[in-house]
Design a protein around this ligand. Structure first.
Ligand code: FE2
Ligand code: FE2
Length: 287
């Protein structure tokens, strides 16, 4: 029997949260996943995740939540990181950083294996000082309470080379290595030779009429003038991006991976007609 998991790329702002809330029932119906995970490091006004938005994503049907370099941008999330069992910080932050280094999700079907999820930050072109992501995942693998677990590794990194190297290094030892952080989906979803599902970047679940989720004009102005400009979250063309993966429950090897990209309909709930162009005017930007 196969275990089917969906992993969604970085949820960006109100449009990203609304797109996920609207499209998750479609994903559940179309793909029938046993578990859905999502990176939510940009979910609250473009950086970080508030406790309220964490709960809304859970209510929308996200089973497990990962974060990236923006993990602590909404510092209120620390209590959630310390209390909840389905969310973790990047594992290769300093030892004393708040939050768990991995979490586990048990599918409702009793005969399917638990999935262990660990996110690590890359070190190339990344601003956050982080420990060796390769050695960190090695260490986490020795800590897991099962001998032959299903493990999904998220490599939250800028450089394609670092992400591909992570995939190759752990090929055959984990069920999936999935890239995030660039917000641009890549066309290289595949099963590596050892049986690990891999993609260099999941892409973003957010407004695609944008520069990585931010308003085009603001980013272009900053880049063409070198002057500081506030980067508001964009609104147009909200899409959900991610992958669906089938894992053989017996061998723990991945047998299938495919990209999913679902455009949201801004004329249907939970989108609010006439909402302003700034993320801060969104209907549930409540923290
Ligand atoms: Fe991100
Ligand atoms: Fe990031």
């Amino acid at each position: 029997m196969n275990l089917r998991v969906v992993m969604l790329g970085d949820i960006v702002g109100t449009p990203g949260r609304q797109a996920v809330a609207q499209q998750l029932p479609v994903i559940r119906e179309r793909y029938r996943p046993h578990l859905v995970m999502a990176n939510a490091e940009n979910a609250s006004n473009g950086t970080g995740l508030t406790p309220s938005h964490y709960r809304k994503l859970k209510d929308a049907g996200v089973d497990g939540v990962t974060l990236g370099d923006h993990v602590y941008k909404k510092v209120q999330i620390v209590s959630v990181l310390e209390q909840e069992s389905d969310i973790a910080r990047p594992a290769n932050l300093p030892t004393q950083a708040a939050g768990k280094r991995w979490f586990r999700l048990k599918p409702a079907e009793a005969n399917l294996p638990t999935v262990y999820v660990v996110t690590v930050l890359g070190r190339i072109f990344m601003g956050t000082p982080a420990n060796d992501p390769f050695a960190t995942v090695e260490q986490v693998l020795t800590e897991l309470p099962e001998r032959d677990p299903v493990v999904v590794v998220e490599i939250h990194a800028e450089a394609t080379s670092e992400k591909i190297a992570m995939g190759r290094y752990f090929d055959g030892r984990v069920s999936a290595v999935l890239g995030s952080h660039t917000h641009v989906p890549t066309a290289d979803a595949r099963i590596l030779p050892g049986g690990t599902a891999y993609i260099t970047d999941l892409g973003m679940s957010g407004p695609h009429d944008s520069v990585l989720g931010r308003e085009v004009g603001a980013v272009v102005k900053q880049m063409t003038t070198a002057m500081p400009v506030p980067f508001d979250v964009a609104q147009g063309d909200p899409r959900v991006n991610g992958v669906v993966i089938d894992i053989d429950a017996r061998t723990r090897k991945a047998v299938h991976i495919e990209r999913i990209e679902l455009p949201a309909d801004r004329n249907k709930p939970p989108f609010v007609l006439g909402a302003g162009s700034s993320d801060s005017s969104g209907p549930d930007n409540d923290e």
